[in-house]
Design a protein around this ligand. Structure first.
Ligand SMILES: [Ca+2]
Ligand SMILES: [Ca+2]
Length: 180
């Protein structure tokens, strides 16, 4: 009787071990099998016409800015989607008398990753390069555009201040995030 119990327990352990090994091998396989990369080369056609920016994704609350991100002397479109805090860039195709832009996701990574609620591109120091104004709790955060051959931004302040009637400086507030 004891011998039967011992064999039964050994079988149970073996079955458990097999189940664990199968689970581990599936986990390892899954890690290798399911690796996703974005591929925008697949053509999407609607009513016989290929859609140019089919893989650009949707925009819920876009805020549009203009800026030359690739230094070809043509202003491109930089969109900040306020509902997802995502930056999307469209390059100017430079076609005379026919404005045309192409989605260029590779430029999004050059923008700061802590942009929230709004992004305004304005050249505050008149060096010809648009700087970034964005939300921060209790005020505004400002990045200076220090691009040379690559797009680069350096944080100048996380709490923009202004002098009001000669008084000590106070914070510049975004009074209405809706209308920015
Ligand atoms: Ca450009
Ligand atoms: Ca500037």
């Amino acid at each position: 009787m004891l011998e039967i119990n011992s064999v039964f327990q050994m079988n149970l352990r073996l079955q458990f071990l097999v189940v664990v090994l199968i689970f581990i091998s599936h986990s390892i396989d899954a890690q290798h099998l399911f690796k996703y990369t974005q591929n925008n080369s697949v053509e999407v056609v609607k009513n016989g016409t290929a859609l140019k920016n089919a893989w650009a994704g949707g925009l819920n609350n876009p805020q549009l800015n203009h800026m030359d991100v690739n230094f070809d002397c043509a202003k491109d479109i930089v969109i900040f989607d306020r509902s997802s805090n995502v930056v999307r860039v469209y390059l100017n195709d430079r076609i005379e008398d026919n404005p045309s832009y192409t989605y260029a996701p590779e430029y999004s990574r050059f923008f700061p990753d802590n942009l929230e609620h709004f992004m305004l591109l304005r050249d505050y120091n008149h060096d010809g390069k648009e700087d970034i104004f964005t939300f921060n709790i209790g005020g505004m955060r400002v990045y200076r555009n220090v691009s040379d051959t690559m797009l680069k931004f350096v944080e100048m302040t996380d709490y923009l201040k202004a002098s009001v009637f000669g008084d000590p400086t106070s914070a510049v507030y975004a009074l209405s995030l809706i209308h920015i």
